[in-house]
Design a protein around this ligand. Sequence first.
Ligand code: 13P
Length: 252
Amino acid sequence: MNIRKPFIAGNWKMYKTCAESVETATKLAGLVSGVTNVDIMIAPSFIALALVYEAVKESSVMVGAQNIFWEKEGAFTGEISPQMAASAGCRYVIIGHSERRQYFSETDLSVNKKIRAAINNNLTPVFCIGETEKERDADNTFNILDKQIKMGLEGFSPDNVQSVILAYEPVWAIGTGKTASSGQAQEVHKFIRDLIENLFGKKIAGSARILYGGSVKPENIKELMSMPDVDGALVGGASLNAEKFAEIVKFK
Ligand code: 13P
């Protein structure tokens, strides 16, 4: 039996003004009212976080940031601290998304510092990992994931890792409409769970939620969620539309 509560998250990336964010979030909160069997999170842009939180705080929709810096405060122009994100209503933070690794020079080392900072400030990290198409074609998928996970969680105790949510997002499936098949997702999720077991023990591995991300839509969520090691989804494009995202949330 799967004891892990499904987690469905929407990563809004750099989309929506403040007004549009509030409108979509408000609509979503209405559409998913009464859903208690799934944890629901949306990650709007930093600028809309506090407004979106105000709009959904009475609902079952929770709010997350798309990134944080690891320092509490200081002369770091343009950065947001974990404390600031929490003060805007965030309970979660997406860390190490492939777009941040690709366009903003995030490394396994900076990801590690950010995960630590999140945990220390009671933010649940959604730790993203995934291989590129080239890496998959070269049969390097598992090596890449092994490195990303070991470095991202280096120096952590099982206690630290307890709250971490992992998100497997094959880079070739993000925004391309090319979803990994449920079999491909299951194979990788099982690999990730086994690795977590090796590193942190059976209990942590058994309760760790591993999300799939990459072209998740209302049409494919059910099949993905039927896999024993797929515990939820990190949704990009389809989460921008309240109706579509609500359909994904209500996949059962
Ligand atoms: P898409 O759902 O648009 O492919 O994006 C996935 C993603 O990157 C979520 O973080």
